[in-house]
Design a protein. Structure first.
Length: 407
């Protein structure tokens, strides 16, 4: 690990000085290398899937699985980053003092960014692409379930870099998947400029508690959908079905449904018919309307990442806002409504990174937000919030130009 960190730090200056054209050429080469190495990547992924069977849920196996279509999607994600404006060198603010001294607040790379993530192989290529385009070196530490896949992907990305004459040390994969390597990254002062954890609550909390390097808390997603009494119920059912069942293993999937008591008796039977594959964990009122599992207090504070949905009936928008404030992780929340006052109250009162009106929470994603792909979903408020794209991977410095100015 120490040698990798030394090499990553040594590569920082070279990568920070690359022109936009050089970075885009490297990204194109990395995307092409993924396709060229598809067979090796799929073979490695097959070994990961075989080892994971019986130890993780089916939805987590889906998260781990790669296919030719998913690899093509990863390559396209890299090419999408090519098309985005280069954030490095962008002048954020500029002013000239009365004495002619020019002060420019200018975007610059972070340096070396470490990403600790779990069983999603596509994060490997997304993170590498975003880091390179923003002028950063990345140190990737994946989970043991996806290590073979991630290693094959990184080998391909390095081959792409080498083909255009850029140091392979721009992209690095930690070979040790034990907790020791994660702890080492968390405390790699002087080598790591920013640490981004992507995974479950345990990983994120461990990083926030133990990291001595700068760390961004990214989202566990206890995401809510609130169906307000004036809602178009067919729209609400469509949104809930998408938010809960389209891909339940991701952080922008719905975990809690809030239903206005005024429409609960009419709406909940429709809900049960619309998502029969989902286990409904019901509060006391909902239990009197439809069959399901009685909800325990912990069910409203759990990121299930599975076909499970906690359901609570509330007395209007203010109780919905209060419930979200007490139980949300600050990721994504939605209201389905035809009432302008309810919409205004909800969007003003809910303090999460993304707040939706009449739309699914599944849109909280870098690609969907026009960022190409994402480094993670930040649920904190300092520096970055929501999907983290290129701009969020830069900091800034002041470039001050004078003509013999003295103070």
């Amino acid at each position: 690990m120490k040698n990798m960190l030394i090499a990553a730090k040594a590569a920082k200056l070279e990568i920070s000085r690359l022109t936009t054209e050089q970075k885009n050429a490297a990204l194109e080469a990395m995307a092409a290398a993924l396709i060229e190495n598809e067979a090796a990547i799929l073979a490695a992924n097959a070994l990961d899937l075989e080892a994971a069977k019986g130890t993780v849920s089916d939805v987590m196996l889906d998260r781990l699985a790669l296919s030719p279509a998913r690899i093509a999607g990863m390559a396209q994600g890299i090419r999408d980053v090519c098309k985005l404006p280069d954030p490095v060198g962008h002048i954020l603010e500029e002013y000239v003092r009365a004495d002619g001294l020019q002060i420019r607040k200018t975007a610059v790379p972070m340096g070396v960014i470490a990403i600790i993530y779990e069983s999603r192989p596509n994060v490997t290529s997304d993170a590498a692409a975003l880091a390179l385009k923003s002028g950063n070196v990345c140190v990737l530490r994946g989970g043991k379930e996806a290590f073979r896949s991630a290693n094959a992907i990184v080998n391909a990305l390095k081959a792409g870099l080498k083909s255009v004459g850029i140091t392979e040390n721009a992209v690095n994969l930690v070979q040790d998947t034990t907790r020791n390597s994660a702890n080492e990254l968390m405390t790699a002062n002087g080598y790591i400029d920013l640490l981004i954890p992507r995974g479950g609550a345990g990983l994120i909390n461990a990083c926030v508690r133990n990291a001595t390097v700068p760390c961004i808390a990214t989202g566990t997603g206890i995401c809510h959908v609130y169906v307000e009494r004036s809602a178009d119920q067919e729209m609400a059912l469509s949104i809930i079905k998408n938010a809960k069942t389209s891909r339940p293993s991701v952080c922008n999937a719905e975990e809690v449904l809030l239903v206005d008591k005024a429409i609960a008796a009419e709406f909940l039977p429709k809900l049960a018919q619309t998502i029969p594959q989902v286990e409904l964990r019901l509060d006391e009122l909902a239990q009197t309307i439809i069959p399901g599992t009685p909800a325990g207090p912990e069910d409203f504070d759990t990121e299930f990442l599975d076909y499970i949905l906690a359901v609570k009936c509330v007395e209007g928008v203010e109780e919905a806002i209060a419930h979200i404030a007490a139980h949300s992780t600050g990721h994504s929340e939605a209201i389905v409504t035809n009432c302008e006052d309810a919409k205004t109250a909800f969007t003003a009162g809910v303090d999460s990174a993304a707040v939706y009106v009449n739309a699914s929470t599944r849109f909280t994603d870098g690609g969907e937000f026009g960022l190409g792909c994402e480094m993670g979903i930040s649920t904190q408020k300092l520096h970055a919030r929501g999907p983290m794209g290129l701009r969020e991977l830069t900091t800034y410095k002041y470039i001050v130009t004078g003509n013999g100015h003295v103070r």
